[in-house]
Each structure stands twice: as structure tokens, then as C-alpha cells.
Design a binder for this molecule. Structure first.
Ligand code: XIL
Length: 524
């Protein structure tokens, strides 16, 4: 329902504006094409929408033979719906009339670039126009999404976000880091050191970077032959960190321990020594990494341990190479945190995992682990919630409840790898093969609600920040991940990030910004 007390204005040449009465919005029917309208913001998909207006014309207007025409016209371009019409014979004489207008013009009213004005104008009948028109109410019923809607193309969409990282609500004392995962070794086409579009986007919107890969263990510590720095390779990671430093961008370092096979060094995968020797190697690994990256000064935090818990119900410690080499025990976790803190008193130390945000069995295990670590005086700063999410899963209530449990333990909460896939292969298969603007707006709302949930649950002093896992939809890790899991139907499409492959804004960016600014979350 439109607000009938504000936002209206006179339309058509010679109009004398509008007045707000107890009945609604009134205007004088002075000449052909004069009317009253209000703006519907860009992003509202009016194609096939139904606009229901309740109007009341004065007796002299009725007697003049005057007609009404509902208006839906795009600002700037002038494109419009002209098919709706309420002839004089259908209008009451100083009594209410309901006019229903279905927008049938194709390809014009789904505006993501300009606002659209909606209202009513007068058209003369047999006699010159006189009298007044009062619009009592306007209801816009949007059409459900249709698979035949225009394809997902936001190359010209402007989210009007000057800089995501600079947005803050008035109550924020300090802005938490807004980060992005990028790389200098993953793909030549998205190399942050050479791709100027990637650079421009990162520098404009983000205050923190995470390396998608190059700071994982196998790249940094591939050998364990000499127990000296000769076993390490920091070249690529250093270039990555240095680039950020020159731009005033901090680093969330990822990650000292992760079981994923492709980046576990062979010497850890096939540990041949004792568990005591392994834990000494844990100390060495952690100490060397923390010390090395302390030098640059912009490494603010580390994911010390990544994904050490299983997805089972109930969840348990993952039987990773590190768990096994620790003597079938999670002791490497405690050791790693303690070694990191001993090496550096200031750097923030996170435990990072996925599916912990849905407040289920894995969240329970996370809390069990935290309580155990805290009982052993383990210096853990916070919990990273990866948050590889979907439009439809998990619920905001569960996200809040899971984060609250961490807040209750006085730990920081950091969203470390946010993306919001439009397709959910676990619940809807590949039902969306062409994402419509409608999907883009649903994603905008979802991003907003996630960021809003974070702000609502995590008090300022415990906010570790929010990082999105990639720049554009072209560089998402999800499509190849889905393929590797056998989840693909051949058309692997997730569209999970804030920018288009052409480096244009998506509505999702606006949604993120709305939550940061304290605006309402809408799919308009
Ligand atoms: C992903 C990278 O983005 C991909 O390039 C790589 O092939 C696999 O790993 N959880 C994590 C990240 O903690 O390290 C993963 O990154 C995504 C899931």
C-alpha cells in the first residue's frame, strides 16, 4: 500500500501540486495529462504487476465527462504503461471507484536503473475539465517471478554505494573490517597484483583482504627437511600482503591448519614421527608463520585452525591428519593457539568453520570445543563463521542463536567467507538456470538480513568484521566446488557474490550497504 500522507507530487504541465486530505491525495483536474504521482524506487519489478487504486472524483468532474488514466512511467526514460484506462462511465459521482490496472507493457517497467512514478492522470471528455480527483489508496501487487523474465544482467545497475567499507550506522563507534577473498596465484585473469579492475574494486569497497589460497599450509610450508626457514616459501604470500599494505588494507590470514587434501603438506599427511614430535612441529609451523607475517604490520588476524569438526550428528572432532598425528587427539588445536599467542601478543586468533551458523549439532560441538579450550586457558580471540549460505538456508533466527552462543563466551565473531548462492543444490536442485532480476533482489534482501543479524547479535566490541569470499560472480569458488561434489546438473550456477563478472554492482551490494547503514532490508 502506498503512503497517502507523503511522497506525492503533481504531474503534467500546469499542475498545481497535490494536497493531502483526510480522504487521501487530492489534485485539481485543470487540463489534459495533469495528475498526481509518487515514486516507486528502482529495483521494484512492476512488469505484470497489478495496481489497484481507489479514487473519488468530484461531481463537476464526473459531469464534464472527464476520464482517468492510471500512470506508471519510468523517470528519465519516459517509458510507460499506457494500456490502463478508467472511462467516465465507470467513475462514481463523488463516490469511491476502484480501478484495477495490470501492467502489460513488456520489457519496460522492470526498472533497476531508474525510479518509476505511479499514480493517476486526467483525460478530458466532451466538456473542458473541471473539479478535483482524490486518490484514496494505491496498492501494488507484484507479479510472482517468472522463468521467462529477462535474464540476470546488472551491467548497468548502480547500487549507489560509494564505499562499502566506509559505511557505518550512527551508533557504530568504529567500523569493523569489511573484507574480500582475492588471490595472486589462483587465476591470471583475477590476479590482484595485475588486474586493474580487481584492484579498483577492492580498493574502493574493502578494508581487509584474505588470500583465497596462497597462505594455506602447503604453499607456505611444503617441506620439513631442515626445520629452518629453508623449509618455507613466502614469496607469493609476501607479494600479496605487501600489495595490501601499500593500499592501507589489513590482512586476515587464512589458514595455519586445514585438512583439505590439496593443501596439506606431504610430510603432515604421512606423519611418521611420534605425536610429541608432531606437536613440536605444530609449534614450529605456527611460530614461524606468525613471526614472519608480524613484520609487515598489516596482518591483523589469523585463522589458526580451520574446519576441525565433523558434519555428523552429533558432531565430533574431524579425524584429520593433524588429529591422527596428535595421537588421535585434538591437542594440535590448543597447541597451535598457544604457540601463536606466545609468538605475538597482539594478533587476533580465530577458529574458523562452516555450517556452525545453523545452530545445529555442529554448533553444539563448536561450543563444546570452545568451552574445553577456554577451560585450558587457550588464547582464542574469536570464532570465524564461514557462512557459505543460500537464499533459503539457514534461517536468520538460527544464525543469531549460533552467534549468540559465541558472544556469550566473550569471543569475537567474524563472518569470514560470506557468499549467498541463489541455487541451493541441497534443497531445490538447480531450479534456477537463469537468474532473474527478481532473484537478484531476493539476494539483496538476504545479504541485508544476514549483515543485520550480525550487527543485532554481536556487540560492537566483539565484531571481528565481515569478509565476502570473492569479488565477482565469475570468481566464486562455488561452481567448481559443486562440480567436485557431484552436485552439478551440467549447468552450474550460483551467482553468490556482490558484483557481476563485468565488475558491475549487483543489488546484493545495496543490501549489504543497507544493513551497514541501518536501513530496512527490502527486496525492492
Ligand atoms: C577454497 C578456495 O576458494 C578455492 O580456490 C580452493 O580451490 C578450495 O578452497 N572454506 C575455506 C576456504 O575455509 O579455504 C575454501 O577456499 C572455501 C571453503
Amino acid at each position: 500500500m502506498a503512503d497517502m500522507t507523503t511522497g506525492w507530487y503533481g504531474n503534467g504541465s500546469g499542475n498545481t501540486g497535490v494536497s493531502y486530505t483526510v480522504d487521501g491525495v487530492m489534485f485539481a483536474a485543470l487540463a489534459d495529462n495533469i495528475g498526481a504521482v509518487f515514486n516507486v524506487p528502482k529495483g521494484t519489478l512492476l512488469e505484470k504487476a497489478t495496481i489497484e487504486l481507489v479514487v473519488n472524483v468530484s461531481s463537476d468532474f464526473k459531469a464534464s465527462g472527464g476520464n482517468l488514466q492510471p500512470v506508471a512511467q519510468v523517470l528519465n526514460t519516459g517509458e510507460a504503461e499506457w494500456g490502463c484506462w478508467a472511462p467516465n462511465s465507470t467513475l462514481g459521482d463523488a463516490s469511491d471507484t476502484t480501478i484495477t490496472c495490470k501492467i502489460s507493457e513488456a520489457g519496460k517497467l522492470n526498472q533497476i536503473v531508474n525510479d518509476t512514478k505511479v499514480g493517476v492522470q486526467v483525460k478530458p471528455g466532451a466538456n473542458p475539465l473541471v473539479g478535483t480527483v482524490t486518490i484514496k489508496s494505491v496498492k501494488i501487487i507484484l507479479a510472482p517471478p517468472s522463468s521467462s523474465s529477462s535474464s540476470f544482467s546488472y551491467s548497468s545497475y548502480d547500487a549507489s554505494v560509494a564505499s562499502l567499507k566506509d559505511l557505518k550506522a550512527p551508533e557504530d563507534l568504529e567500523v569493523f573490517p569489511i573484507g574480500v577473498a582475492v588471490g595472486n596465484t589462483d587465476s591470471p585473469s583475477t590476479n590482484i597484483l595485475t588486474n586493474t579492475q580487481e584492484q579498483a574494486l577492492v580498493e574502493k569497497h574493502f578494508s581487509q583482504m584474505t588470500a583465497g589460497n596462497i597462505m594455506k599450509m602447503n604453499y607456505l610450508h611444503p617441506r620439513n627437511d631442515t626445520h629452518t626457514l629453508a623449509d618455507y616459501d613466502f614469496t607469493n604470500a609476501d607479494e600479496f600482503v605487501d600489495y595490501a599494505k601499500t593500499k592501507g588494507i589489513s590482512i586476515h590470514a587464512h589458514t595455519m591448519f586445514w585438512h583439505s587434501d590439496y593443501q596439506v603438506p606431504d610430510f603432515m599427511k604421512n606423519w611418521t614421527g611420534t605425536s610429541a614430535e608432531f606437536l613440536t612441529t605444530v609449534d614450529e609451523h605456527v611460530t614461524t608463520l606468525v613471526n614472519h607475517f608480524a613484520v609487515s604490520g598489516n596482518v591483523k588476524s589469523w585463522d589458526v585452525v580451520n574446519e576441525a569438526l565433523t558434519d555428523d550428528t552429533p558432531s565430533d572432532y574431524r579425524k584429520s591428519p593433524f588429529y591422527i598425528a596428535s595421537g588421535n587427539s585434538p591437542e594440535f588445536i590448543e597447541r597451535a593457539f598457544k604457540a601463536a599467542r606466545a609468538a605475538n601478543a597482539d594478533v587476533e586468533l580465530y577458529y574458523n568453520d562452516y555450517s556452525t551458523e545453523n545452530n545445529g549439532a555442529k554448533t553444539d560441538m563448536l561450543i563444546t570445543m570452545i568451552d574445553d579450550l577456554q577451560a585450558k586457558n587457550t588464547p582464542i580471540t574469536g570464532i570465524g563463521f564461514q557462512m557459505h549460505l543460500y537464499l533459503d538456508y539457514p534461517s536468520i533466527a538460527n544464525i543469531k542463536a549460533a552467534m549468540q552462543k559465541v558472544v556469550d563466551r566473550n569471543l569475537k565473531v567474524k563472518i569470514t567467507e560470506l557468499d549467498v548462492s541463489i541455487n541451493n543444490p541441497f534443497s531445490n536442485g538447480w531450479s534456477v538456470s537463469t537468474a532473474t532480476p527478481y532473484d537478484g533482489l531476493a539476494q539483496k534482501k538476504r545479504y541485508c538480513e544476514i549483515v543485520e543479524a550480525y550487527k543485532a547479535t554481536v556487540p560492537e566490541e566483539l565484531r571481528g568484521g565481515i569478509t565476502v569470499w570473492g569479488t565477482t560472480d565469475a570468481s566464486t569458488w562455488l561452481n567448481s566446488f559443486y562440480q567436485s561434489q557431484g552436485l552439478t546438473d551440467g549447468e552450474v550456477v550460483s551467482w553468490p557474490l556482490l558484483f557481476t563478472p563485468q565488475y558491475g554492482d549487483k543489488p546484493a551490494l545495496r543490501g549489504f550497504a543497507d544493513a551497514l547503514s541501518g536501513n530496512a532490508c527490502t527486496n525492492l
